[in-house]
Ligand binder design. Structure first.
Ligand code: NAP
Length: 490
């Protein structure tokens, strides 16, 4: 029988890929849903990180009893800060049972102890009820939870469906530039959510990465930094040099990378590039066999991603689509949002990689669901950007000072990372690519095709697409997507 704990007990809580962490059993609010599964779980507060998660009882150990052993096996600075935080609480008399061993009989009645920290929790914990699978800290503030399974940071779910995602916030640092921080979703730079990658335990699987463009470069750097064993390939081989210096090995061909690696990620321009990469003469398929896995991170259409999935699976390999939301800066910072669909076991196996590359990974279901999600997100982004560019042009034509326009926007409901960073780009005519305009237009095109297929009218996106096409014809394809402004300022 799994050990039983009470509210306030100080424990070691273990989430997969992370070391056991000094924690406390606390009460969740009523609207924080418990994870699926029959095994009892406890709601836990992590010292030092201030995260919360559901943790299976079998992954909890009493604090005092295991303290020496745990401290010996973890030398990390953040770990020791967390231990100190617990010791401080214990010195002050906090912690319902001061980390003593729990009862192993059913006699212990949970909820007998009040939480001693000022953490907002309400409900008694042990439970095995099947429910929604994920939440962040937000539900603790009374918000609703997302129904999708996700991996979040700083602490990951233990096993998907049984654990929660956690997001931490930090104060904004003064030297952070907005200009090229903009992510397709506002919250990347807007909320300043960040994670320390210190605690990631890299998978021992060998990782391949194909495509070292703006996005691939950032993602690979974070894989290397977090200790993953990575082999890279890029169509233009010169681009591999820096990554080899940083610790990656290099594959001569795509086939060679897939042959040498357990999981290979791809992130290239568009559907044609993906087809070349996968179906080409020295492509991914040549090395796919049982035991091999391929993860497609490029933004492409549903048909292409399904073709790739079928081909990989027909050769006994596993496939996952995992397009990303977030641009150059979030890719560099490991703050992407990953929207995945396909083989669930592969999603699980990618956990430490997704933690390295992103702040949150959603598992959305069958192949195609991640791609649809990504296309909707980028269609909205493109429509917003086109409307914004038009507004700036109108403001200019009306004789308004654009800096003042931006200042006004920043004080009102339009204050978001998109408006700030892309506004600055327009103002200073700085269109170095963070998200190349040609890729944004490709995403508009693919989203409109999805709308055609589903007979969904998309008049605003269609008009925005025309603006992006015009911007390309004016020579802005390789510039940042904010240069769509140039298509309006004529
Ligand atoms: P990028 O900087 O333009 O890089 C494109 C990559 O694709 C390069 O590595 C390029 O190789 C490779 N490539 C192009 N055609 C190829 C082919 N036929 N065969 C093999 N490799 C080929 O693009 P990115 O910004 O990294 O974007 C990559 C993907 O992520 C795209 O699908 C994009 O829509 C998506 N995405 C981008 C952003 C963003 O903000 N940038 C955000 C989210 C999603 P070479 O180096 O040899 O040219």
């Amino acid at each position: 029988m799994a050990a039983q704990f009470n509210i306030g007990d100080i424990v070691w809580a273990k989430l997969s890929s992370f070391p056991p962490w000094p924690s406390k059993i606390v009460r969740p609010k009523k609207d924080v849903k418990k994870p699926k599964g029959k095994k009892p779980v406890y709601f836990v507060f992590f010292y030092g990180t201030e995260d919360h998660a559901w943790v299976k009882a079998e992954n909890l150990k009493p604090f005092e009893e295991y303290k020496d052993q745990m401290i010996k096996s973890n030398k990390g600075k953040r770990f020791h800060q967390a231990v100190e935080a617990v010791e401080k609480v214990l010195r002050k008399g906090g912690g319902a049972k001061r980390g003593r061993p729990p009862k192993h009989s059913a006699a212990s009645k949970s909820g007998a102890y009040r939480d001693t920290d000022d953490i907002d929790h309400e409900e008694v914990v042990p439970s095995s009820k099947p429910v929604q699978k994920t939440y962040s800290r937000e539900p603790l503030l009374g918000k609703t939870v997302s129904p999708s399974t996700s991996i979040g940071l700083k602490r990951p779910p233990e096993s998907l469906g049984a654990e929660a995602s956690i997001i931490l916030k930090r104060p904004r640092e003064d030297n952070e530039s907005d200009l090229y921080n903009f992510d397709e979703s506002e919250h990347e730079t807007e909320s300043d959510i960040v994670t320390s990658k210190d605690d990631i335990t890299p998978t021992c699987l060998k990782i391949g990465f194909l495509g070292l463009g703006i996005m691939g470069s950032g993602m690979v750097r974070n894989l290397i930094k977090t200790g993953h064993s990575v082999m890279v390939w890029n169509r233009t081989p010169m681009k591999c040099r820096d990554f080899v210096q940083a610790g990656a090995s290099i594959g001569g061909t795509v086939t060679e990378v897939v042959a040498a690696c357990d999981i290979t990620f791809g992130c290239v321009s568009d559907p044609n590039a993906v087809r070349d990469l996968v179906f080409g003469t020295s492509g991914v398929l040549q090395s796919i066999r049982p035991g091999k896995a391929y993860v497609e991170m490029s933004t492409i259409d549903v048909e292409t991603v399904q073709d790739v999935a079928e081909s990989i699976e027909s050769r006994g390999g596993r496939f996952l689509e995992a397009p990303v939301i977030g641009t150059r800066k979030p890719a560099e910072d490991g703050m992407l949002v990953i929207v995945a669909g396909g083989d669930r076991s592969l999603f699980d196996d990618c956990e430490s990689c997704f933690l390295a590359m992103g702040k949150k990974a959603f598992y959305l279901g069958e192949v195609g669901s991640g791609t649809r999600m990504k296309l909707v997100a980028n269609m909205v982004l493109g429509s917003v950007m086109a409307g914004y560019a038009e507004g700036m042009s109108l403001a200019e034509r009306a004789g308004l000072d654009l800096q003042t326009v931006l200042d006004v926007f920043k004080e009102g409901p339009l204050n978001c990372a998109a408006v700030r960073s892309k506004g600055d780009a327009i103002l200073h005519s700085r269109f170095e690519p963070s998200f190349p305009l040609k890729h944004q237009q490709k995403d508009m095109r693919l989203a409109l095709a999805l709308g055609d297929e589903l007979k969904q009218s998309l008049p605003v996106a269609a008009a925005a697409n025309e603006m992006f096409k015009r911007a390309i014809s004016l020579g802005n394809g390789d510039n940042d997507m904010s240069s769509v402004y140039r298509a309006t300022a004529l």
